[in-house]
Ligand binder design. Structure first.
Ligand code: MG
Ligand code: MG
Length: 260
């Protein structure tokens, strides 16, 4: 199918559909909050995956990543220099001083939810703490750009400017995306400004905004497992993601976590 194919069209969601997507994303938020609460050194990433899948199914959703393009688990767990798409394993234990990026997706009543966060385990260095803070701030600044009439590039610019001002770098090889009846839909939502036309944000669009920020250089590579993305320089990387609807009242963060 060519460029005008259905998969490439930006879809606009009705209020009712956005409510279903809110539910799908609140289950993701529940998973991430649970993982944040339970995270401690000594846990295997396999255990984290099991808990995430159980929580998801107990709340009436399916884990969206399991089997997606052959991904073998429900949760992506990416530690330290791993950027995204890390595969849970019985052999991998979380250790004191790690940063653990967890990325989870749900499918609920035909719609997808997608959100991610990076969780520190115990004490981490000041610069790594700053990396996490800046990445989450960049996501917040990007969300503030989700307004009718703005362009996707306004989201990209908000992320890139904030990250680079702090001396960190944004990953270019992987991008955010539209989300709806498909996990990944148009438009692409890069974390850097591209020199090409950028779509306008329209009421009813839903985008997953997901800055991936490296402490060192932007370059990444994929390991031989064909999934795990790591920084080329081996320095740590952070990842925060929210699914956000464009509404007349402004950004609606579907995957917002409850304060606790
Ligand atoms: Mg995700
Ligand atoms: Mg995503």
């Amino acid at each position: 199918m060519g460029k005008s194919g259905r998969d490439n069209a930006i879809t606009l969601k009705s209020c009712e559909e956005i409510e279903v997507m809110h539910k799908a994303n609140q289950i993701v938020a529940g998973v991430l909050s649970m993982l944040e609460r339970e995270m401690r050194s000594g846990l295997t990433t396999f255990q984290l995956d099991k808990w995430a899948e159980e929580y998801c199914r107990d709340h009436g959703a399916e884990p969206a990543f399991k089997g997606y393009r052959g991904f073998p688990a429900s949760l992506c767990v990416s530690i330290n220099e791993q950027v995204v798409h890390g595969i849970p394993s019985r052999q991998t234990k979380v250790r004191e001083g790690d940063i653990v990026s967890v990325d989870f997706g749900t499918k609920y009543k035909g719609f997808y939810g997608d959100s991610a966060m990076t969780i520190p385990v115990g004490a981490i260095s000041k610069r790594v703490r700053q990396l996490l803070l800046v990445t989450e701030e960049a996501l917040g600044k990007a969300i503030a750009q989700v307004k009718i009439g703005n362009r996707v590039a306004d989201i990209s610019k908000a992320v890139q400017d904030h990250v680079e001002e702090q001396g960190f770098s944004v990953v270019r090889q992987f991008v955010g995306h539209g989300i709806g009846n498909n996990l990944h839909e148009a438009p692409e939502v890069p974390n850097y400004v591209q020199k090409k036309a950028s779509p306008r944000l329209l009421e009813g669009m839903v985008v997953a905004i997901e800055p991936m920020v490296n402490l060192g250089k932007e370059k990444v590579r994929v390991l031989h497992d064909r999934w795990t993305v790591v920084t080329a320089d081996g320095k740590p990387s952070a990842h925060f993601e929210h699914s956000v609807a464009v509404t007349a009242e402004g950004p609606f963060v579907l995957s917002a976590r409850q304060e606790h």
